[in-house]
Design a protein around this ligand. Structure first.
Ligand SMILES: [Zn+2]
Length: 236
């Protein structure tokens, strides 16, 4: 029966307006997923243009990050927060893909991607991946890959550790908590390479820190990081 439903959906889509996933406004020709107004209203960072930017600095003393960039700024009322929520919990994978493509062009054009040989999405635990059916960071990574022409590798990093909930703890405790959370598979394939780790949001940076350290310990030469959004406190 599912093919009948697909045909029905295709048929309906001829008549139903395409709506912006950010604000429900009708999309016009040339717009896809998000309307121009939503795209323009998202606070952008210029991190890809600035060495030693605030996001890079937030990793100092925690792990060695080659370059760090984030598309937008994450706070309580931010549009990107709503979009990431929709990506994760409504399964709107096209949001991650589309913003990844958009940001990928910016990154590629600025030289940020130079020397980077693979994009590694931050993995979910096997259980979470099963529940959700997809990894939102991988959607973002696929979008980046489409415009940067750098392959995505989702078979390198594995989330093996304990639960992801680690809120309301001090930084040190959090760090303790995420150590050993990730395992690297096929370490020989990252030896001497420059990798870009991609996540949807960087809030405290502790998840990213654990990924970077796991990859460095496994023989990665240089690790850069990128996210759809970074918490406002990391960007001020
Ligand atoms: Zn909109």
């Amino acid at each position: 029966m599912s093919h009948i439903k697909d045909i029905g959906d295709d048929f309906l889509s001829l008549f139903l307006p395409r709506l912006c996933l950010g604000c429900r406004a009708h999309l016009v020709r040339g717009e896809d997923v998000l309307c121009m107004e939503c795209l323009l209203s998202m606070a952008r960072t210029d991190f890809h243009l600035r060495r030693d930017n605030m996001l890079e600095q937030s990793f100092w003393g925690r792990c060695h990050v080659e370059r760090a960039a984030a598309f937008s700024v994450y706070n309580r009322g931010s549009r990107i927060r709503k979009l990431i929520h929709s990506l994760k919990y409504d399964g709107r994978k096209e949001i991650g893909k589309m913003l990844g493509e958009l940001y990928g062009s910016t990154l590629a054009g600025s030289g940020f991607m130079e020397g980077i040989e693979m994009i590694v999405p931050v993995p979910l635990s096997a259980e979470r991946q099963r529940q959700r059916g997809f990894n939102q960071s991988e959607c973002f990574a696929q979008g980046l890959s489409a415009s940067c022409r750098v392959p995505v590798r989702n078979d390198i990093l594995l989330r093996t550790g304990r639960s992801e909930s680690q809120t309301r703890r001090g930084r040190y405790e959090r760090w303790e908590n995420v150590e050993g959370l990730f395992t690297v598979r096929k370490p020989s394939e990252i030896t001497g390479k420059h990798l870009l780790v991609a996540d949807d949001v960087i809030t405290t940076g502790s998840t990213m820190e654990a990924c970077v350290n796991a990859l460095l310990e496994a023989g990665g030469e240089r690790i850069s990081v990128v996210a759809l959004a970074a918490a406002q406190k990391l960007t001020l």
